[in-house]
Design a protein around this ligand. Structure first.
Ligand SMILES: NC(=O)c1ccc[n+]([C@@H]2O[C@H](COP(=O)([O-])OP(=O)(O)OC[C@H]3O[C@@H](n4cnc5c(N)ncnc54)[C@H](O)[C@@H]3O)[C@@H](O)[C@H]2O)c1
Length: 256
């Protein structure tokens, strides 16, 4: 299950799931490039991990901008000469039904969650094809499978990634393995933000949610990081074109 020595890009690598992945991959001995639009948090994390002797660099990147993604790929090649794995994880969340959303919401969610993944794949795939090998892991969501109330745009943006995973797998067979990670309820700033506006404190909501999850706890970023490290490793070399659901068993619960 080793990713030691592999060059791994993690987008959204400065908060929540992405930060957990950056910490874990660096601890496993990978050469990690953490990319996000959180410059300050990125510099802090870089300093902390480098002080521990980890091979980790931060680069500002707005995944919704093609030039920014090109810069990420170019700088990673300059530093490490190859890209073994991409964990395309950056994402944004907004609530709302189709009757609520604005063009601004559409541009943000589709721009980051969908276009961002297209840009990353567009510029990373040729590098992996030249190398003859590479792995792309994309963070989707159980929102791909569930019609969450007031989540039309978020669910649609994540469902698009499921199709992208299948198409990348067929179009770039032989050199690029593509796998989705489909998290359920993971304890991150994004989850906390989704509790805003409810009439109970976050802790009470979390406790109630935990009682509904078959494994009786929220997921942690490290749960996702361990799974992602396995999927990137050569031990997962027969896994492509599919997604791993990490939701503590929630998806199989009966609807009533
Ligand atoms: N937390 C959950 O329960 C949960 C469940 C399912 C899926 N997810 C998905 O997991 C991923 C990570 O979410 P999280 O919960 O860690 O959220 P988070 O808000 O803690 O982290 C999101 C990260 O994405 C980055 N980001 C946002 N817009 C960006 C942009 N334009 N360019 C570059 N980086 C950008 C942020 O800077 C941040 O580092 C997202 O794709 C999210 O949709 C989360």
């Amino acid at each position: 299950m080793s990713i030691e020595g592999k060059t791994v890009i993690v987008t959204g690598g400065t908060s929540g799931i992405g930060e957990g992945c950056v910490r874990h991959f660096a601890e496993l001995g990978a050469k990690v490039v953490a990319a996000s639009n959180q410059e300050e948090a990125g510099r802090k994390l870089e300093q902390e991990l480098q002080a521990q002797g980890r091979d980790m660099r931060f680069l500002f990147c707005d995944v919704s901008q093609e030039q920014s993604v090109q810069e990420l790929v170019a700088r990673t090649l300059e530093w490490h000469d190859r890209i073994d794995c991409l964990h395309s994880n950056a994402g944004v969340w907004r609530q709302g039904r189709v009757t609520d959303f604005t063009d601004e919401d559409w541009d943000l969610l589709m721009g980051v969650n969908v276009k961002g993944n297209f840009y990353l794949a567009k510029h990373v795939v040729p590098v992996m094809e030249r190398q003859g090998h590479g792995v792309i892991v994309i963070t989707t969501s159980v929102a791909v499978h569930v019609g969450f109330p007031a989540h039309a745009l978020y669910c649609a943006s994540k469902a698009a990634l499921d199709a992208l995973i299948r198409c990348l797998t067929t179009d770039h067979a032989g050199s690029v393995r593509v796998v989705g990670i489909c998290p359920g309820t993971i304890d991150t700033p994004m989850l906390a933000a989704s509790c805003a506006g409810w009439d109970q404190p976050k802790e009470v909501i979390y406790a109630e949610v935990e009682q509904k999850i078959p494994v009786r706890r929220l997921g942690q970023p490290l749960d996702v990081a361990k799974a992602a490290a396995f999927l990137m490793s050569d031990d997962a070399s027969y896994i492509s074109g599919t997604s791993l659901v990490l939701d503590g068993g929630t998806l199989v619960l009966p609807p009533w």
